[in-house]
Design a protein around this ligand. Structure first.
Ligand code: SF4
Length: 341
């Protein structure tokens, strides 16, 4: 879709292209919003494939919101597939009912390409990582503030209006280059995120910052609205994923979703190097990226510190050694991966 890993992203920042969610508000879908699930999804997919419909009908983004609302009634947003009726107050594994914003601020610590990033942290997570670096957020799904989608949309618009290029004479530190949806993990809150986009008119790229354990259905709801997938590829095998994050079938699901994301938008793939996991996780992950994901940016991260319950697991109970991080970087360099700035 572009000649460089983040070309389209830069064009949106340069105001020569629009964020994709804005287009999904303008394309109409040849369906009634009250149609059955299958018909609604079929019309949604046809609209995404470019089927032109010039008559009356709901906007593509409205169809996505309705599909997300229905998905929450037997929740299948992530591959835990709890089937909880969250609309009736039944919590699933993540514990998330209504969206709670744990914090929102201009993040200067993200990849240089994304800074300054308006980062919206949701409470709760679909994973149970024993070494979670954000456990105060991920393990408390009912903490945080309830902010209406309309109000959050206004907050986003204010960040967009005050964005100027860092370093310019008119630089305003309250401005943002993008909206960065994260947690915990944002997957449980897809409906709320789409509703916020529906109330927003800011031409800001939308960044999906996630563990990528979504169902295909949820991935489909993101299609056509996300500009950059900022993914967290954690494990190179299912045993490590099960033991350290309590998830099943990790590698098949996360690889599948990386391929879906690659086909939909631009990507930055993150990998946090864990102590004692260079051979079992880092090497196979980076090898898979080299073999399967052309034209993506990769961030090999070395800031691991033992947090949360990490001390109960001997292999990850210490910080990463510089030699381990050097090994990880050498693997990435040998594979000629395109690293973030
Ligand atoms: S988003 Fe939460 S409730 Fe829904 S399937 Fe995943 S863990 Fe279960």
């Amino acid at each position: 879709m572009s000649s460089g890993p983040l070309d389209r992203y830069w064009r949106v920042l340069g105001r020569t292209e629009r964020a994709r969610y804005l287009e999904s508000k303008e394309s109409t879908v040849n369906v009634s919003i009250e149609a059955g699930d299958e018909e609604l999804m079929r019309a949604h997919d046809e609209a995404l494939e470019g089927a032109q419909w010039r008559g009356r009908g709901p906007a593509l983004l409205e169809v996505k919101i309705e599909l997300a609302r229905r998905a929450m009634m037997r929740c299948v947003l992530c591959e835990r597939r709890c089937y909880a009726n969250r609309a009736s107050g039944e919590a699933g594994h993540c514990g998330v009912l209504d969206a709670r914003v744990s914090s929102e601020f201009i993040h200067m610590g993200e990849e240089p390409e994304l800074v300054p990033s308006y980062t919206i942290f949701f409470s709760g997570c679909t994973f149970d990582c024993v070494y979670c670096q954000n456990s105060d957020i991920s393990t408390r799904p009912r903490a945080g503030a309830e902010i209406s989608p309309g109000r959050l949309a206004k907050m986003i618009s204010a960040r967009a209006r005050s964005y100027t290029t860092p370093g310019s004479l008119t630089h305003d530190a309250s401005g943002a280059a993008n909206v960065n949806w994260v947690g915990g993990d944002p997957t449980s809150n897809i409906r709320y995120i789409l509703e916020t986009m529906n109330k927003c008119d800011a031409n800001l790229p939308q960044v999906w910052n996630s563990n990528m354990y979504l169902t295909c259905h949820a991935m489909n709801l993101l299609r056509g609205v996300i500009d950059v997938y900022l993914t967290d590829f954690k494990y190179g095998n299912d045993e490590c994923a099960k033991r350290l994050s309590e998830v099943d079938d990790y590698t098949r699901i996360v690889k599948r979703n990386h391929l879906l994301a690659r086909d939909d938008a631009e990507m930055i793939v993150r990998h946090l190097v864990l102590p004692n996991h260079v051979e079992c996780c880092t090497r196979p992950i980076l090898g898979w990226i080299a073999d399967n994901l052309e034209d993506v940016k990769v961030n090999v991260m070395g800031q691991y510190r033992p947090c949360h319950h990490a001390m109960n697991h001997e292999d990850i109970s210490r910080p990463l050694r510089p030699s381990e991080y050097e090994s990880a970087l050498r693997i990435a360099r040998d594979l000629e991966l395109d690293m973030t700035l």
